[in-house]
Design a protein around this ligand. Structure first.
Ligand code: UT7
Length: 323
């Protein structure tokens, strides 16, 4: 039962990082056949941050991770595991997690990447918390970091207006108590992998590739899958939906956030929304939203959170966390 003390992975600190350049819808509309009205009405997005040449997935991840360590009151040398979720690694290999490890100076600990696109952070969280509960790690950095601007087709107005760059990180530590990750449910269904994909990459095609999406179909699946996995994760933790303080969702589209809240019969005010400022940052969006809400004082110690995401694959998942 979730209210009994047990060894759990507890969030000890959060951090995030955004590229210097913030681009408004109006600025985009000067280059792409779109408008501020269309983007705001269909998605709720007003701004996104876009990486400059000197800003990479690993540099954003390093900044977010360093801030999370400060918030946790820890040194990099306290970390024995780094799990980094990304679909836009700096290079095909080595894993971006090892670049972050070297930047931070905690060489020698376990470090690897997880690829589950927009659900990547939920997958990474699940791997790290399982390793902590199994006793093979004590203090983990779990990071979501992306530079999707580099895989966007800037001629495709149906996708290029939707995404942004950024990173978010948490420090997870094993502690006996009632706080921490209470349950996680993950899913994947490869039957839908042609609805959201990159048409190249990973050395197999000799091209980096660009993001392709059938947005309307993804939208339809997202609302159904997210509300169902949220119910599964809450049921596994034996927690009624009314007890949830905050939903911290993947930030793809304000209409998905509203529709999911409605399906769960949760007031919209309980949903952390950052899509207006950051757009869709894929694996970075959940930890970025969490850090934003921790920093502005909405999420407080003891709050019951549900983190959730859905993305390419399809992959989707939810995690119930006592903060
Ligand atoms: O992170 C992974 C998960 N991803 C998602 O969850 C994304 C899910 N999908 C969505 O958020 C929405 O489907 C979109 C925001 C991508 C699109 O919204 P929509 O209401 O489904 O619009 P649509 O794609 O059906 O397009 C409607 C119209 C089309 O014009 P016609 O055919 O009706 O004349 C598009 O050509 O809007 C047009 N359109 C645009 N117009 C101005 C598409 N993109 C734009 C644009 N600016 N940027």
């Amino acid at each position: 039962m979730s209210d009994q003390p047990a060894l759990r992975a507890v969030i000890k600190g959060t951090g995030s990082a955004l590229p210097r350049t913030k681009v408004s819808n109006a600025e985009l509309a000067a280059k792409v056949d779109t408008s501020d009205d269309w983007i705001v009405e269909r998605t709720g997005i007003h701004f996104r941050h876009i990486a400059e040449d000197d800003e990479t997935t690993s540099s954003l991840a390093t900044e977010a991770a360093a801030k999370a360590l400060v918030a946790a009151g820890m040194e990099a040398t306290d970390v024995d595991l780094i799990v980094l979720a990304t679909a836009t690694p700096d290079q095909t290999f080595p894993a971006t997690a090892t670049i972050v490890q070297d930047n931070l100076g905690c060489n020698g600990c376990v470090a690897f990447d997880v690829a589950a696109v927009c659900s990547g952070f939920l997958y990474a969280l699940s791997v790290a918390e399982s390793m902590i509960r199994a006793g093979s790690a004590k203090n983990a950095l779990v990071i979501g970091a992306e530079t999707f601007s580099r895989i966007l087709d800037w001629e495709d107005r149906a996708t290029c207006v939707l995404f942004g760059d950024g990173a978010g990180a948490i420090v997870l530590s094993g502690e006996i108590g009632t706080k921490g990750v209470l349950s996680t449910r993950l899913h994947a269904d490869g039957a839908h992998n042609q609805l959201l994909y990159v048409d190249g990459g990973a050395g197999t095609t000799g091209t980096v590739g660009k993001l392709r999406m059938k947005g309307r179909e993804v939208f339809r699946h997202a609302v159904v899958n997210l509300s169902s996995v949220l119910h599964e994760a809450l049921a596994e933790a034996s927690i009624p939906v009314e007890e949830v303080d905050w939903i911290v969702p993947h930030q793809a589209n304000e209409r998905i956030l509203d529709a999911t809240a409605k399906k769960l019969k949760l007031p919209k005010e309980k949903v952390i929304k950052t899509v207006d400022q950051h757009a869709n940052t894929s694996a970075a969006s959940v930890p970025l939203a969490l850090d934003t809400a921790v920093t502005d004082g909405r999420v407080k110690e003891g709050d019951l959170l549900v983190l959730e995401a859905m993305g390419g694959g399809f992959t989707w998942g939810a995690s119930v966390v006592r903060f």
